[in-house]
Design a binder for this molecule. Structure first.
Ligand code: NAP
Length: 320
């Protein structure tokens, strides 16, 4: 493995969605010359979306990938170095911290983990092709595009319930398609969903295919009990079957909860000194670009404070 040698990074950021790149802007402006290991597919979930209408400052909205290019250029303008590589291993058992990416090993005084979470998808025909054209995983982001439309939601947990309730603000009708005969969602959310006059539930049903050319036109639904298949007209499908946090590489190094999210007592620190967290890799609740950006700012400021305090202690280099 090619070591980056005795160059100890002051701040190394893993991930390049709104959290990672905002952390990079703040760390760079604090003259900490952050290194961002952005991932092979840099930019996070916004690279997979179309129009973003709720990011403040963009009156007419902005395309998700364009927004992330701006984040990146802003970080680079202040001196952040960004490498489109995937982190393959970390060793946080001692200080300084070690991060491997490809054939290089980086040494860092602080690490900000902002690797995000990935929405789970159904993996059915039409789903990927029509993403951003009626197929979405974020009602807060895309619900407003479907005013007075018939919207479908796949899933039966709290996310599906929350998405369905939110979508009633826009849709003429919201239909939840759930593979079992009862919701997994908490009692209070289930009660709200089941008593809502705009929401109905198709039980024991799965979506087999999303049908449409330039946008969603229909769904092919299968009853898992009797195997019968129907095609119903539809304007949108929101997939809400959970998220997977991108934390595989941190297992055994950072405390993770039972769903794999990084545990943080205060929303920035972790169980390892000098390792901070920001964005959806920790936040199961808000999952918004703006909240992730805010978290990136906080993590960078906390890393900066940590480095300041460290200067009065032994240099991590001395412990190499
Ligand atoms: P979840 O609780 O894991 O629920 C996922 C749902 O999707 C389940 O109903 C599951 O069906 C269904 N599902 C999974 N894979 C599927 C597939 N391939 N095809 C069809 N259906 C599939 O995930 P979540 O709803 O995102 O919630 C995650 C955690 O966050 C939970 O702890 C939840 O309580 C919490 N959360 C809380 C709130 C809130 O309190 N407001 C909001 C959102 C999330 P089965 O039921 O058959 O397994």
């Amino acid at each position: 493995m090619k070591s980056k040698g005795s160059e100890v990074e002051r701040v190394l950021i893993i991930g390049s969605g709104p959290a990672g790149l905002t952390a990079a802007v703040y760390a760079a402006r604090a003259n900490l010359k952050p290194l961002v290991l952005a991932g092979g597919l840099y930019g996070g979930q916004l690279m997979l979306t179309t129009e973003v209408e709720n990011y403040p400052g963009f009156v007419e909205g902005i395309m998700g990938p364009d927004l992330m290019i701006r984040f990146r250029e802003q970080a680079e303008r202040f001196g952040a170095r960004i490498e489109n590589v995937d982190v393959t291993a970390v060793d946080f058992s001692k200080s300084p911290l070690l991060v491997s990416a490809g054939d290089a090993q980086h040494v860092a005084e602080t690490v900000i983990v902002a690797t995000g979470a990935s929405a789970r998808w159904l993996d059915i025909p039409g789903e990927e092709r029509l993403r951003g054209r009626g197929v979405s995983s974020c009602a807060t982001c895309d619900g407003a595009f479907f005013r007075e439309k018939h919207i479908f939601v796949a899933g039966g947990g709290d996310s599906a319930a929350e998405e369905a309730l939110f979508l009633t603000r826009f849709g003429r009708r919201v239909t939840i398609v759930h593979r079992r005969d009862r919701l997994r969602a908490s009692k209070i959310m289930s009660d709200r969903v089941l008593s809502h006059d705009k929401i109905d539930v198709m039980w024991n049903t799965v979506v087999d295919e999303v049908v449409g050319d330039s946008h969603v036109a229909a769904l092919r639904l299968r009853n898992v009990g009797d195997g019968s298949v129907i095609e119903v007209p539809a304007d949108a499908l929101f997939v809400a079957i959970g998220h997977t946090p991108n934390t595989a590489v941190f297992a055994g190094q950072l405390d993770l909860d039972e769903h794999g999210y990084i545990v943080s007592p205060d929303g920035t620190s972790t169980n390892v000194e000098g390792v901070f967290v920001a964005g959806d890799v920790y936040d199961v609740r808000y999952r918004q670009a703006i909240t992730a950006a805010g978290a990136g700012c906080r993590a960078a400021m906390d890393a900066e404070k940590y480095l300041e305090a460290l200067e009065f202690k032994v240099s991590p280099l001395a412990r190499l």
